[in-house]
Ligand binder design. Structure first.
Ligand SMILES: [Zn+2]
Length: 316
């Protein structure tokens, strides 16, 4: 049995999983290699470990160790690894140009250095692009020619696939989290002011939770109980929807996938969000042509994304 290790590196946790290929088979399958696609939705096949393990002077050695430990624990024979990383990689998907979440990675030729350390190829992809590739391969954007993905979590991430290939831009691709959206002067993690991410990300919800005294996980469920919270979350939702409407009007995708931890929170008003986006789409097109979809695969998207990365960059 041959294996490909898959890592989804987030700001706080790294999700680890793998693909398998039986000796007589040509196709990689997620997980242990017994089941056909798709994996049951109740199953999170990724093991979580803290991202802090990479915030060390030699993050390459740390990542190699993490992958090695995972392979040993599951008695895998890795032939390659696919890593979704929260960084801006160069056009060769090797060197890390910027990495605000894990500054230790900045400037490293990460894919080559890991390959050298591990002895097998390591394919890097932007974290959001990897998840969107998964939704394209087996989830809510399956088979669509043009797909926009917007993921609201700790930050705001976006990616665009054209014929299944991530749009790379000239330097970093699609930084929807950093479009200016208000003029109140809030400082964003990137150093600019008034970015979408300064108003409509997990950072904002954490602040609202501490201001209101309501636990983060209950914020949306209790949004009608206080005027302050209700107003703040209404603006929050508008900011999210306006940004997505802006992106759809710009890129005119066939499908727009919305994902991330925030829309998955208890009682997040999904229908209201969809209606607000639709209300602000240009008529009649793209309003009548775009299909809005919620990310369907959750953390499993990384595994299906890895399948897609392999078939695009390897022989499949
Ligand atoms: Zn910003």
């Amino acid at each position: 049995m041959a294996h490909v290790l898959v890592g989804d590196v987030g700001g706080t946790k790294i999700g680890l999983g793998h693909l398998s290929k039986a000796p007589a088979s040509k196709a990689w399958v997620p997980g242990g290699g017994k089941g056909a696609e798709p994996l049951p939705s109740s199953l999170n096949p990724l093991e979580l470990i803290p991202t802090d393990r990479l915030r060390v002077p030699d993050p390459v050695e740390a990542m190699a160790q993490i992958l090695g430990e995972y392979a040993e624990k599951h008695t895998l024979e890795p032939q390659a690894a696919v890593l979704g990383v929260p960084v801006s990689p160069d056009r060769d998907l090797d060197r890390v140009l910027s990495s605000p979440n894990i500054p230790q990675l900045e400037g490293l030729w990460l894919a080559s250095a890991l390959r050298q350390r591990l002895g097998y190829p390591v394919y890097l992809e932007r974290d959001i692009a990897l998840l969107l590739l998964g939704e394209y391969r087996a989830g809510s954007a399956k088979g669509a020619n043009s797909v926009l993905g917007v993921f609201f979590g700790t930050g705001v991430g976006a990616a665009m696939l054209l014929d299944g290939k991530p749009y790379r831009g000239y330097s970093v691709g699609l930084e929807l989290g950093h479009i200016p959206i208000r003029s109140e002067g809030r400082v964003c993690v990137c150093g600019n002011t008034d970015c979408l991410e300064a108003y409509a990300s997990g950072h904002t919800l954490v602040e609202l939770s501490s201001q209101s005294g309501i636990p983060l996980s209950r914020l949306f469920a209790r949004r009608r109980e206080s005027g302050f919270l209700s107003r703040a979350l209404k603006r929050f939702g508008h900011d999210q929807a306006y940004a997505v409407a802006t992106a759809i009007n710009l890129f005119d995708p066939e499908v727009c996938v919305i994902g991330g931890g925030i829309p998955a929170m208890s009682e997040y008003p999904q229908r209201l969000f969809e209606l607000t986006v639709l209300e602000h789409l240009r008529r009649p097109y793209p309003r009548e042509t775009v299909r809005m979809a919620w990310a369907a695969l959750g953390p499993r998207a990384a595994l299906y994304g890895a399948l897609e990365v392999l078939s695009q960059r390897q022989d499949g």
